[in-house]
Design a protein. Structure first.
Ligand SMILES: Nc1ncnc2c1ncn2[C@@H]1O[C@H](COP(=O)(O)OP(=O)(O)OP(=O)(O)O)[C@@H](O)[C@H]1O
Ligand SMILES: [Mg+2]
Length: 361
C-alpha cells in the first residue's frame, strides 16, 4: 500500500529524517514510535505532500506520488492538533471534504450517515463541536479524515490531547473502526503503550532513523539494537567480562556480583552486554529448576505493589541495581521487606543480546 524508499529530509542543514525505507501492506495498522523531535510528523507530512523529501521516493499502491499535489494523494490525515470548525454541526464538519470536491448533497448525505453510524455519532449529527466531549470530537475528526475514502489514513498523535482513560477506550474504538472502514493506518506516537496496543506492526524511530520494524512482540522479545532494547519496555542491562565461550553459551563475570551465562551469537571476546526483562526475574524459593538458570544475590532497596505484580529494586554486591517485577502467583505476593538479602533467579534462555550497538547502524 505504501512504500518509502530511502527518504531523507533536512531543514537548514539539520537532517531530521535519515534514509528511511519502509513498506506497509493494505489493511495494516502500522505505528511509528519515537521520542519528541525524532522526525515522525515530518515523515507523515512528506507522505501527505506538505513537504518534499530531499531524496528518496514515496509510492502508494505502486504509484510514485512525488509529483502529485496534496489533494490528489489518496491519503487522509488527522493532525497532532486537529481542530473542528466550531460554527458548523458535526454533520457539516464531516462533509467539508466532499463539498470542496463538489460531490452531490445526496451522495454526501449517504456517506456521512454511514460514517456517523460507524463512529457512533448518530445522535450528535446536528450538534456543534463546543457541545461534544474530547472523545467524540476525536471521532468526528476521524470521520472527516476518511470521508473521501483515502487508501491510507495518517494519524499524528490524535489521542495526545485526551486524558488517560479516554485514550485507552478510544484506542480500542480506533481498532474497531479501522476494521469497519477497511483502511490502512499509519499512526505515529511517542506513547509506547499506545504504539504497541494499536499496532499490527510497528517501527521504532530515533533521531530520524528507523531502528527496527516488526510486530510489537518481535520488537519486545528480539530487539536488534541496544537502543530498541532499552527504549521499549523496562529492561535490566548487564555488562560483564567474557570469561568463557562454549559454542554460543557465554559466561560473563559481573565482578563482585558473580557470574552469569547468556546465549550470544557475537564473537566479542572482551566485554559483552546482555539484557533481561524485569518480569523474567524470580525470587529463589528453593524449588529445583528444570532449566539452566542464573542466580544473583542482593539487598532489596525498594518495593512497589501494583496489584497484579510488584516491582522490586535489588542492589547487587557490585552496587548495580536490578529491577524485578514478577507476577503474583495464586499463593499471593511474596512477603519481603526493604533491606532483606535475597536470591533471584532467571533462566539463561531469558537473557538476550542485541546484534548491533546503539551507534553502529
Ligand atoms: N518546517 C521546519 N523547519 C525547520 N525545522 C523543522 C521543521 N519541521 C520540523 N523541524 C524540526 O525537525 C525535527 C523533527 O520534527 P518533527 O515535528 O518531525 O518531530 P516529531 O517526531 O513529530 O516530534 P513530536 O513528537 O514532538 O511531535 C525537529 O527538530 C523540528 O524542530
Ligand atoms: Mg510530531
Amino acid at each position: 500500500m505504501v512504500k518509502l524508499d530511502s527518504i531523507s529530509k533536512s531543514f537548514g542543514g539539520n537532517t531530521v529524517v535519515k534514509n528511511i525505507s519502509l513498506e506497509i501492506a493494505a489493511g495494516e495498522r502500522f505505528t511509528l514510535l519515537g521520542q519528541s523531535g525524532c522526525g515522525k510528523t515530518t515523515l507523515l507530512r512528506m507522505i501527505a505532500g506538505f513537504e518534499t523529501p530531499d531524496s528518496g521516493t514515496i509510492a502508494i499502491e505502486g504509484q510514485d506520488v512525488g509529483s502529485l499535489p496534496i489533494e490528489k494523494r489518496p491519503v487522509g490525515l488527522i493532525f497532532q492538533n486537529y481542530a473542528l470548525f466550531p460554527h458548523m454541526s458535526v454533520y457539516d464538519n464531516i462533509a467539508v471534504g466532499p463539498r470542496i470536491r463538489k460531490h452531490s448533497e445526496s451522495d454526501i448525505a449517504k456517506r456521512v450517515d454511514e460514517l456517523l453510524e460507524i463512529t457512533h455519532l448518530k445522535a450528535l449529527r446536528d450538534v456543534h463541536p463546543g457541545q461534544i466531549s474530547g472523545g467524540e470530537a476525536q471521532r468526528v475528526a476521524l470521520a472527516r479524515a476518511v470521508i473521501n475514502r483515502p487508501k491510507i489514513l495518517l494519524l499524528d498523535e490524535p489521542l495526545s490531547a485526551l486524558d488517560l482513560s479516554l485514550r485507552q477506550h478510544l484506542r480500542e474504538e480506533l481498532v474497531e473502526m479501522q476494521r469497519a472502514l477497511n483502511i490502512t493506518f499509519l499512526f505515529v506516537t511517542h506513547d509506547q503503550e499506545e504504539a504497541m496496543g494499536l499496532a499490527t506492526r510497528m517501527g521504532i524511530m530515533d533521531e530520524g532513523r528507523l531502528q527496527q520494524v516488526g510486530t510489537p512482540a518481535e520488537l519486545y522479545e528480539r530487539p536488534e539494537t541496544d537502543f530498541v532494547a532499552e527504549f521499549l519496555g523496562d529492561v535490566n542491562r548487564l555488562t560483564g567480562k567474557v570469561e568463557q565461550r562454549t559454542g554460543n553459551t557465554v559466561t560473563l563475570s559481573l565482578g563482585p556480583t558473580g557470574n552469569i551465562q547468556c546465549i550470544s551469537e557475537s564473537s566479542e571476546l572482551e566485554n559483552q552486554t546482555c539484557y533481561v526483562r524485569p518480569e523474567k526475574l524470580f525470587f529463589d524459593t528453593g524449588r529445583p529448576q528444570t532449566q539452566p538458570v542464573n542466580i544473583l544475590q542482593g539487598t532489596l532497596r525498594s518495593i512497589q505493589f501494583f496489584g497484579s505484580h510488584s516491582r522490586y529494586q535489588l542492589e547487587l554486591a557490585g552496587g548495580q541495581m536490578l529491577t524485578l517485577s514478577p507476577q503474583h502467583r495464586k499463593s499471593g505476593c511474596p512477603q519481603y521487606s526493604i533491606g532483606d538479602s535475597v536470591r533471584v533467579l532467571f533462566a539463561v534462555s531469558d537473557v538476550f543480546t542485541t546484534r548491533r550497538g546503539a551507534n553502529e547502524q
